[in-house]
Design a protein around this ligand. Structure first.
Ligand SMILES: [Fe+2]
Length: 538
């Protein structure tokens, strides 16, 4: 056995053993003995930190009826290579309680933060009660993390009166403060779906950089575009030092997906548009996925295997909501016509184009046949509804990076919805830095054709800057796409309140992200009645 494969094996075994330990109550010393002593040599037994080791906060994610995953990362000097940690593993204690004061602890244990995973900690908790709040905290070297609040999902099949969640994403650091996250944190959602663009991989901007939006703040240090694991790690650290983002993570479990900027702008499958050799791009993708995993509350099932990752998954919230997290990046066919907005791009119409890939399509369409919940949610990255981007009524201009760039893929999806007679399909996404709400038409050129579901596009947290309500051009574009009922170009998030009878979406927008003090208001609210795929004003 080579030393590197032995290392990988042991790290994985540690995680597994740790889970068993918490279930069976094996002590930490037994755990170390069980791994043949490899870690005893590498373990930093009595860590002492001069700086706060939980500088990047705490988070929870992927709720189940009996648990969730807890996350933190030991980084006393988060912007330094290695986060200010020695090349040794360290033991981190965790506790879960039913109260915020952490007096009624219901589970506790220890986890290993290993250098191979950037001293991140992922603890999968099981055995808790469904549909209730829990609180958690980590301890290392005598120092405690903040207390995070999280929540379990309802039991599968159980009658659920209501689920309340937020959809957010696209948080370019330089474009604005994360004011939306402060507001989001106050709502203590059942969960938050993050559609991606959690970081942007671009080189750090200089103060005199030319941008389409005013630069609100600069990232510390200077670096080129993220390419290696260390680059991506440093970028996540810069973002996660934001107190607003930390408050959001500590307020509710996040269900994470990634879009393009977690790797590189507009990547598609194995295609980067920049003629990078395939092998090099896959190495970069592996580094990007590892950093994504290290910094977020993801289950072990989402640990990357080199350049590949299992990011699509289904979470069931009782009998109310089947939440399908989709991956529209990893398996899609390559970008055609340059990824930009295009009129008359013939290759976009080719029947073999895909957004999800064959296996994910099958997995999704199979679930449509016998839905186990009232509402079927596609929680994904890019707008599904057609959007003409040319005001000339004779020119249909489409964005090749969205579902519009793979028309056949959308038609197959719609075909599966129709064939299964799937009612109550709701799609959420983002990526375009605009609020948008629309109806999914079987034929977007025919207003009278069947409506198969609704599409709620969430604006960005900060990308695009302060923004504005709506431009004249957008108003004109809406005339050509009557299935689109709402546009807004401000920052914020979308609040969804789901009951058996009705789905409600509130578009929460901020007046500003260029200053830290901001006012949030509900710009528009829609409701969808169960059984009637139509957007109504609330
Ligand atoms: Fe974005």
């Amino acid at each position: 056995m080579t030393s590197s494969s032995r290392t990988r094996f042991n790290v994985d075994e540690f995680v597994t053993l740790n889970r068993r330990k918490l279930l069976r109550g094996i002590g930490a010393s037994a755990l170390l003995t069980a791994t043949g002593g490899w870690f005893t040599r590498e373990l930093w037994a009595q860590p002492v930190f001069s700086e706060h080791p939980f500088s990047l906060g705490v988070a929870s994610g992927d709720p189940a009826p009996d648990g969730f995953v807890l996350w933190t990362k030991i980084a006393p000097k988060p912007l330094e290579r290695g986060g200010g940690m020695p090349n040794k593993a360290v033991e981190v204690a965790w506790a879960v309680a039913t109260d915020e004061a952490m007096t009624n602890i219901v589970q506790h244990g220890k986890a290993i933060a290993a250098p191979a995973l950037g001293h991140s900690v992922h603890v999968e908790i099981a055995g808790l009660e469904p549909a209730r709040d829990y609180f958690y905290r980590f301890t290392v070297g005598g120092q405690q993390s903040r207390v995070g609040r999280t929540r379990t999902f309802p039991r599968a099949g159980a009658a659920v009166a209501q689920m309340k969640f937020a959809v957010a994403g696209c948080q370019r650091y330089e474009a604005g403060y994360f004011n939306a996250y402060r507001k989001l944190a106050e709502e203590r959602f059942d969960f938050v779906f993050h559609y991606g663009d959690y970081i942007y991989e671009y080189a750090t901007l200089r103060p005199d950089a030319m941008t389409a939006w005013p630069i609100v703040r600069l990232m510390p240090g200077e670096s080129g575009e993220c390419v290696t694991l260390e680059h991506y790690r440093q970028r996540y650290a810069i973002y996660q030092l934001n107190e607003e983002l930390q408050a959001a993570h500590a307020s509710a479990p996040f269900i994470m997906s990634f879009d393009d900027h977690e790797v590189v702008n507009d990547w598609a499958g194995e295609d980067t548009l920049k003629n990078t050799p395939r092998a090099q791009f896959l190495l970069r993708r592996a580094a990007a996925f590892q950093a994504w995993y290290e910094h977020l509350p993801l289950r072990r099932a989402q640990m990357p295997k080199g350049p590949n990752i299992q990011a699509y998954r289904r979470l069931m919230a009782g009998d109310l909501l089947a939440l399908n997290v989709l991956d529209t990046r990893q398996y899609r066919t390559g970008i055609v016509c340059g990824a930009r907005v295009m009129a008359g791009c013939e290759p976009a119409l080719e029947p073999n184009r895909t957004m999800l890939g064959e296996a994910q399509e099958r997995w999704l369409y199979e679930s449509f046949k016998s839905p186990a919940a009232r509402w079927t949610l596609l929680a994904q990255q890019i707008p599904l509804m057609r959007q003409d981007r040319d005001a000339d009524p004779n020119i249909l201009s489409l964005s090749m990076d969205k579902w519009d760039g793979a028309v056949a893929a959308r038609e197959r999806l719609f075909g599966a919805v129709e064939q299964s007679k799937l009612a109550n399909l709701v799609v959420v996404d983002g990526d375009v830095h605009e609020n948008c709400a629309g109806e999914l038409k079987k034929n977007f050129d025919d207003e009278k054709s069947a409506t198969l579901g609704v599409d709620f596009t969430a604006t960005s947290i900060s990308s695009g800057g302060d923004g504005f309500d709506i431009s004249k051009r957008r108003r004109a574009l809406m005339q050509q796409d009557p299935h689109i009922k709402f546009y807004n170009n401000q920052r914020g998030y979308v609040r969804h309140v789901v009951t058996p009878k009705q789905w409600r979406a509130d578009y929460q927008v901020l007046d500003k992200v260029s200053v830290r003090e901001a006012t949030m208001r509900t710009r528009r609210s829609f409701v969808v009645e169960s059984g009637a795929a139509r957007l109504n004003d609330a």
